[in-house]
Design a protein around this ligand. Structure first.
Ligand code: ZN
Length: 308
């Protein structure tokens, strides 16, 4: 692990390198066993909105889940073969939300009702999209960790509020025994396009000094919603510095983030062939065989010859 001070020079480099692309910054204080993950996923969530024709309410709910899944990759190593599957099944009108993210920052997903109504609520006199109502507060959040070797590890917790950030914090505490502070947020424009999407997670491990814990707790408590900070022009590295101010923040990792679906004709064909033989025959007798990838909407067409 290489440690690099998160200096203003490094921050300028990050800004020049990533510009408007999405990425995650992983940082630690020099002397405390704490990890901070901060990410921007604005383009990735906008891509999801366009692929699935999401309503504003669905964009915010699915976008938050995408950010949550990307944060959950803190639980797997950086190898591309390892991934995290996040499924949120609440009693709200969106139905289930399914998202996958891997150690390389690639994310994809789908929801059962992309056109869900955009419920709003008033918070401190401001209209906000009511994610809790869209997702529902009764249900489950499940996480599957697919490691390269061995069987996948699955863990399920009940939903706390359906707001996703709180639910994720509860998952970490309940299933991983890791106390975390989490913030996930998506802000959409009037026409539904994504203005900002991002998240942060602060993990405090055993051995963190009381002083550092107090400092971090106070900061997290006073921290503005992540989309407000992004609106002010703050980037992941700036938000990280703010959280770790006075604790000598060191940069330990960077990851580019993108909406990516690795589906191919070969994979689609394989899954088609795995259907029961009679079903395959029946579909072929109807003439057209089309398979649509539920993650990216790509359509694969098969002819009889291909199936021989
Ligand atoms: Zn696909």
């Amino acid at each position: 692990m290489t440690l690099k001070e998160l200096s203003s020079e490094v921050k300028a480099d990050l800004r020049n390198y990533f510009e408007n692309r999405d990425y995650m910054v992983i940082a630690v204080p020099k002397k405390e066993p704490v990890r901070v993950y901060t990410l921007r996923a604005t383009s990735a969530v906008e891509t999801a909105r366009r692929i699935h024709a999401l309503s504003p309410g669905a964009t915010v709910a699915m976008g938050r889940a995408m950010v949550a899944a990307l944060l959950l990759t803190s639980l797997v190593k950086h190898a591309s073969e390892q991934k995290v599957l996040l499924k949120i099944e609440g009693d709200g009108p969106i139905g289930s939300i399914n998202v996958e993210a891997d150690g390389k920052g690639r994310v994809r997903g789908f929801v059962s009702n992309p056109q869900v109504e955009t419920y709003v609520k008033e918070v401190n006199g401001k209209k906000k999209i009511d994610v809790g109502k869209i997702v529902g507060s009764k249900g489950t959040l499940s996480v599957v960790k697919e490691l390269r070797l061995g069987t996948p590890y699955m863990s399920v917790v009940p939903l706390v509020s359906g707001e996703i950030g709180e639910d994720l914090a509860y998952y970490y505490f309940q299933s991983e025994q890791i106390p975390v502070a989490v913030s996930v947020g998506v802000l959409v424009d009037k026409d539904g396009t994504v203005l900002h999407a991002g998240g942060l997670l602060v993990e405090t491990m055993k051995g963190t000094s009381r002083e550092a814990v107090d400092k971090l707790e106070e900061r997290m408590f006073n921290l503005k919603p992540i989309t407000d900070m992004m609106q002010e022009g703050k980037r992941p590295e700036n938000i990280t510095s703010e959280i770790l101010d006075g604790l000598s923040p060191m940069l330990v990792g960077l990851k580019e983030i993108e909406y990516f679906c690795p589906c191919t004709e070969e994979i689609a064909l394989r899954s088609f062939k795995s259907l029961p033989k009679e079903e395959v025959r029946e579909l072929l007798s109807e003439g057209k065989v089309e398979l649509t990838c539920k993650f990216c909407g790509r359509v694969y067409k098969f002819s009889e010859e291909l199936l021989e």
